[in-house]
Design a protein around this ligand. Sequence first.
Ligand code: T4K
Length: 389
Amino acid sequence: MNKLAVLGGKPIFESQAKLVDITFSDRLLIHKRIDKVLDSSQLTNDGKYLLQLEREISARIKTPSLAVANATLGLILAMKGLGVKGNIIMPSFTFCATSHSAVWAGLKPKFVDIDAKTLNIDPKRVEEAVDDNTVAIIGVHTFGNPCDVDVLVKIAKKHSLKLLFDAAHAFGAEYKGKPVGGFGDAEVFSTHATKTLVTGEGGFVATNDKKLFDYVKRGRNFGFDDKNSDTLFYGTNAKMTELGAIIGLDSLKGLDVAVKRKNETAKLFIKRLSKVPGLSFQQVTPGAKHAHLFFGMLVDEKEFGIDRDKLSQALAAENIMTRKYFYPPIHRHSSYKEYAPLNLPVTERVSKSVLCLPINAKLSPEKAGMICDAIENIHANAAAIDHAI
Ligand code: T4K
């Protein structure tokens, strides 16, 4: 075993193993298309590449989809378009965009706990949380692992609630053989640079609800009518540019390969790292196909020997990037301080122990193996590391 960098040795990676490392399929075509767009001078407002991307996304997920400037604006539009006022049940173990969007849309987040295995909203906690003020539920397909969709649909139907999915992580995932995108009243994807399907900044709202579709379509363009002369409501500007759409078309071409590669890496990580005491992993929802945007691992300090933060530090010394998605949980953010007394034991435990490892289509099995070597080495030297940092 090599001497660990955190203990004075040489890092296992010469150049950084990045959490995300974007793959482009055909740069020449990207450049050609950008030139065409520059020649045409049509940079935004329903340009030809945007329309092509929307057609291809809609066909792939078998659901009418609209491109937006980012998932946060997509979520705000989808939530406002539901036309309801009251509480929206959601997990606190998510990115702040899920809850911020609700507040911007005039809804009040009601945080509930997650399931310890899938790391998604726990349907039992959802059912318990429904009261007279509840108008909607939003599930988050955490790291690309689809929610327990059928159970959430049942609960929403039983209580006449709207149901959304924050599918920011989940392009390429499936639930019971169907692509994520067509479930609930709407699903919202992110195509931010950190995602598998990339447009730079961007996202998609997918919905089978014609009224909601029209609301989002107008809402992303200031609320204009078909003649673009009068506004029908207070819309916003949430349009995606042609440059984003060109990157998106390229990214979509490579998506299946990327998701396959990421699933292979996740399998390798689980096979190797399940042998390391104190490490456990997100479990795939029964009947689902995980998109593995991120690979989340839980670190039990007692059994592993050091806590998540020290492991992250030791990996950084080895030139291995990690991220603590999602820490702190939303109800611990300063902007949500009125929620701080909430008791969400699984969320608290997972949030304190979760660490996301690099997972991207460029990460070879050899490099993924080197990440496992480093983690095993860190575990074997936990006492010395604990003393050193
Ligand atoms: N719902 C959920 C559940 C979400 O997780 C998010 C966003 C949203 C909704 C809202 O989606 P958007 O409105 O953003 O479309 C990231 C992203 O900013 C954010 O989009 C994402 N979730 C969140 C989980 O993380 P950072 O600050 O952690 O990323 P950063 O800059 O540290 O980069 C991480 C990795 O990505 C590194 O390996 C570098 C690489 N990277 C990053 C950027 C920005 C690139 O390769 N290229 C890039 O341009 O925030």
